[in-house]
Each structure stands twice: as structure tokens, then as C-alpha cells.
Design a protein. Structure first.
Length: 245
């Protein structure tokens, strides 16, 4: 018989989407976490999920309400809970945030946008839903508006869809079209149907095209719309369901 995998208590709380691992360790040290009715203060206490009841402040973690929100991420923020270099993170946008007359609970980013990128970024405390959204093969398409340092011709747009090898990895866009252009630069709309690290910047770089701005405007059917920079809103049940289809 195969033994049930065991993980440390702090990791289990983090993977459940309730908090970061460091925050979980603080909860545990403060005596807020119980396993099978007994307070545990060791963040590495071994847990076999599904076999033990875990409660935070007396509430079973499986009963925690699931929340899903979208943020219009400003440029210059890093997508992490804390940064070892002291840079501002996306959580600055949630300073003092409240939901239903209570402080907004911990929500983890669903995927990420790099520091220089901006636009639609999802957060939730539902790891299974997040995994479906970020699945590189089956997740929803992501749509970006990208300002580049030149005016592309039709052949360049076709080449972006056909793709290029970059560090041994095949990168391509699902679609690429010209939105508008000035005398020296242009805006493209690029749609991706797979998730790779810094994919658009790397793809354009393979054709010696520089990125001036990169803005994610939609994930699947969910559009950024008129949401202000640095602002957030909760997703509706319909939006949550459509994204995970």
C-alpha cells in the first residue's frame, strides 16, 4: 500500500490558498492553528491532507469562503508577497482593503506579470481554480496590447504567429495584429494560448523588436475594461465559471 504523502503544516496552509507560507508560520507560532482539535506550534508538523482536520481560529480551513478578484496592476510593481530587494509589490494595491466589513483575506496571484508589465492580474484563494487558469495547454487565452519600437509589416506579424526558437524553446503567438502606429512606433494586439515565462518579450526580442509597454487587457472573456490603474474588483460567479471552463 502506498503511503499518503505528508507535508509540513505551514506549506499545507499556503497551498490551500489561505496565506503565504511565512504568514502561516506566524499563525502557527501564535497558537491560531489546530490539528484534530489540538493546537500545533510547529510549522513543519507533518500533515496528511484528507486525513486530518485543520482549523484556523476555530474554523475548519475547508470552510473558508473562496474569493476571486481582478487587479489592474500598475507598472513598476513585482508580483510577489514580499521582495528581498525591497521593491514595491502588487500587495501595495490592497493596503487597507476590506471585503464585507472585514479586512481582505490573503489572496494569491494567479500567474504573474513582470515588474515592467501592467494590466489584468487575477488573485484568488482557490488553488485548484488557479491551476486551471494557468494551465499552459488548457488555460484561457491571454490578450495583450504591446507598444513596440518600430512599425511592423505584414511579414513580421505573420512571423510572430509562425514563431521562433529562443534558447531552444519554440515561442509563438496565437495571433498578432496591428492596432495603430505613429511615425516611429506601433501598438500590437498579441494573443497567447500558452503560458511561458516572459513569452512576449522573448518572442519579440527574437526578431530584434523592442518592447516599450506591455499591457494585458483580457484573460479569456474577462476584459480589463474601465478598471482604473491600481484598482481591483471581485469577480462574479459567472466570470469565475467562464474562466475555468
Amino acid at each position: 500500500m502506498t503511503a499518503t504523502p505528508r507535508h509540513g503544516l505551514a506549506r499545507v496552509l499556503s497551498k490551500q490558498g489561505l496565506c503565504s507560507r511565512s504568514e502561516a508560520a506566524r499563525w502557527i507560532a501564535a497558537g491560531r492553528v489546530a490539528v484534530d482539535g489540538r493546537v500545533v506550534r510547529d510549522p513543519e508538523f507533518p500533515i496528511a491532507r484528507g486525513r486530518q482536520r485543520i482549523a484556523v481560529d476555530g474554523r475548519d480551513i475547508d470552510q473558508a469562503p473562496r474569493l476571486y478578484l481582478m487587479l489592474n496592476k500598475p507598472r513598476g510593481l513585482v508580483t510577489t508577497a514580499s521582495d528581498e530587494r525591497g521593491r514595491d509589490t502588487v500587495y501595495r494595491c490592497f493596503d487597507g482593503a476590506r471585503w464585507q466589513d472585514a479586512p481582505l483575506p490573503w489572496l494569491a496571484p494567479v500567474g504573474r506579470l513582470d515588474q515592467a508589465s501592467e494590466g489584468l492580474l487575477l488573485f484568488c484563494n482557490d488553488p485548484e481554480w488557479a491551476a486551471r487558469i494557468t494551465d499552459p495547454e488548457h488555460g484561457p487565452d491571454k490578450t495583450y496590447h504591446v507598444q513596440i519600437d518600430r512599425i511592423p509589416d505584414a511579414a513580421t506579424l505573420t512571423a510572430l504567429v509562425e514563431g521562433a526558437l529562443e534558447d531552444g524553446e519554440r515561442l509563438r503567438a496565437k495571433s498578432a495584429r496591428l492596432l495603430r502606429h505613429g511615425e516611429k512606433n506601433a501598438w500590437l494586439e498579441i494573443v497567447l494560448d500558452e503560458g511561458r515565462n516572459r513569452q512576449i518579450r522573448r518572442l519579440l526580442g527574437a526578431f530584434d523588436i523592442g518592447v516599450l509597454r506591455l499591457l494585458r487587457v483580457a484573460i479569456g472573456e474577462l476584459a480589463l475594461g474601465e478598471l482604473g490603474k491600481g484598482q481591483w474588483r471581485m469577480l462574479s460567479e459567472t466570470e469565475v465559471a467562464r474562466l475555468a471552463r
